[in-house]
Design a protein around this ligand. Structure first.
Ligand code: ADP
Length: 498
């Protein structure tokens, strides 16, 4: 039987996107495909190549073949190429933004103004850092210790759908700067900008095999890549259950992993806080329809200001406009997928069944979904939730916040630290001494005081407890992607046994 002919290009938001893998410097098809749909209206955007063992093997082989040449490329040249790729991202910002919005439903204006420029910055930042990478040489009894950052080999980068290109470049930037070659496995629910990025990197002159993209499902393409013996590093952003699978695969060959996983982060609002700021910080948690690992989804508010806080919160959050993320006045777009919408709603229904009360939202936006074919969930706030309940303990990854109150600083810290996660924590307080005391006691990779989502790429980023393993950012990224080597040289004329 003749193989089914595959269209190799889909036009999404007016932009042609290649639907095949990118391996070596070639587009490669697979016998099977999967359908990628838009959460805005449920339309099929593209039929993509569905990779498996064979494609994984070919991609890692290409990355291995390219590794010696890329590792030996002088840092200045690697940095120049990364800047050239960043130029390409900037030149295609509008197309990338439109495709990403069609694919994952996040706001177009956020993609244009913030996300795509940040994707380019991810590349430039690590290119520049590479050129300043310290060599911490020191002397021991006359012997010099020369510390060098040797690239470790092909790196497997597995990324999620909530911020596809931003999170891909956050890993690709340091991996390529360090001298590793890369196999990128984008998420099957938002795989398109990875394909555009491959074109951009190729156009900028990145040598064949230095960047490879394998499309497909996690359990197929992803799992096959994890178990490939050629992979020397795995950086993953995604869910805890998937992390366990990947960690088990990596353990077979003792491959170092860097994991940035889920969260159930708190926003602590003390009575001495600027109430408007605190409410703004709380409402901001609906950004990207709550599909942000860092989101502070647990609002912990000091009891004596809880009524005032709630009133202002409901005023502000109740005014959010939900709708088509391509429209300029939309605040909250759709959730990624009908299955995800169902999952989010399951959490809310179970919470209500166990005594929670709806202060805002509380279900899918049925009229909007019926009218558009999209997957919208109403911004939701639940009160009367118990600390041990599922809705407080589990990551929902949707526009669903809970509100709890506390009386003392001790109680606030106990509630804040009382989950198995530890990705981030945000506090609103007007008292700097309290800010110091409380931040010191919080279990979190990042603590924000009177701000949220301020992320300098030089800062360490990652999670404690089940929110992750390791830190990336600045020198921490190079530490992960490199095999750091210390070369000890004796002084002239020195004899070991003399
Ligand atoms: P979510 O549940 O939010 O979709 P996942 O953690 O399952 O998040 O997915 C994040 C990324 O991990 C995606 O690129 C997905 O394809 C990939 N993935 C899922 N399962 C596996 C697996 N068993 N091995 C490798 N990668 C996987």
């Amino acid at each position: 039987m003749a193989p089914r002919a595959l269209a190799s290009t889909a036009t999404v938001a007016g932009v042609p996107v290649d639907t095949r893998h990118w391996i070596g410097a070639e587009r490669v098809a697979s016998p099977a495909t999967f359908t990628d749909r838009s959460p805005i209206d449920g339309t099929a955007l593209a039929s993509l190549a569905r990779g498996g063992a064979e494609e994984a093997k070919a991609a890692v082989a290409a990355a291995r073949a390219a590794f010696p040449g890329w590792a030996a490329t002088p840092p200045a040249e690697r940095a120049r190429l990364l800047h050239a790729v960043a130029d390409g991202v900037e030149a295609r910002t509008e197309e990338l933004a439109r495709v990403e919005t069609a694919d994952n439903g996040a706001l177009l204006r956020a993609h244009r103004r913030g996300v795509m420029p940040r994707a380019a910055h991810n590349l430039r930042f690590f290119a520049d850092w590479l050129l300043r990478l310290g060599h911490d040489d020191f002397t021991t009894r006359g012997h010099t210790n020369h510390v060098s950052w040797d690239p470790s080999g092909p790196a497997l980068l597995i990324t999620p759908w909530n911020a596809p290109l931003m999170l891909a470049t956050w890993k690709i930037g340091p991996a390529l700067a360090a001298g590793c070659t890369v196999v990128l496995k984008p998420a099957e629910w938002a795989p398109l900008t990875a394909s555009l990025f491959a074109d951009i990197a190729h156009g900028a002159g990145l040598p064949p095999g230095v960047l490879n993209v394998v499309q497909g499902y996690g359990a197929e393409a992803g799992a096959a890549l994890v178990s490939d013996p050629g992979v020397r590093r795995i950086s993953f952003t995604g869910s805890v259950p998937t992390a366990r699978h990947i960690a088990a695969g990596a353990a077979e060959r003792l491959v170092p992993v860097s994991f940035e996983l889920g969260g159930k982060s708190p926003l602590l609002v003390f009575a001495d806080a600027d109430l408007d700021l605190a409410v703004d910080l709380a409402v901001e948690q609906y950004d990207n329809a709550g599909q942000v690992c860092l989101a502070a989804t647990r609002l912990l508010v000091e009891e004596r200001i809880a009524d005032a806080f709630l009133e202002r919160f409901l005023d502000r959050a109740g005014a959010l406009r939900q709708g088509d993320p391509r429209e300029a006045d939309t605040d909250v777009g759709p959730s990624i997928h009908p299955r995800h919408l169902e999952r989010v709603d399951g959490f809310v229904r179970r919470a209500l069944a166990s005594g929670a009360r709806v202060a805002l939202g509380g279900g899918p936006h049925t009229e909007l979904n019926d009218a558009t074919g999209g997957t919208y969930y109403r911004p939701t706030l639940l009160t009367e939730v118990a600390q041990h309940s599922e809705i407080v303990q589990e990551e929902v990854f949707g526009p669903v916040l809970t509100l709890q109150t506390f009386r003392t600083e001790d109680e606030a810290v106990t509630l804040a630290n009382g989950t198995r996660f530890g990705l981030a924590a945000t506090l609103a307080t007007g008292d700097p001494a309290r800010a110091d005391r409380v931040s010191a006691r919080l279990t979190a990779g990042t603590v924000w005081v009177n701000c949220f989502y301020v992320r300098d790429l030089a800062a360490p980023f990652g999670g404690s407890r089940e929110s992750g393993i390791g830190r990336e950012g600045g020198a921490w990224s190079f530490d992960f992607y490199c095999d750091v080597k210390n070369t000890v040289t004796a002084p002239k004329g020195w004899q070991q046994h003399g």
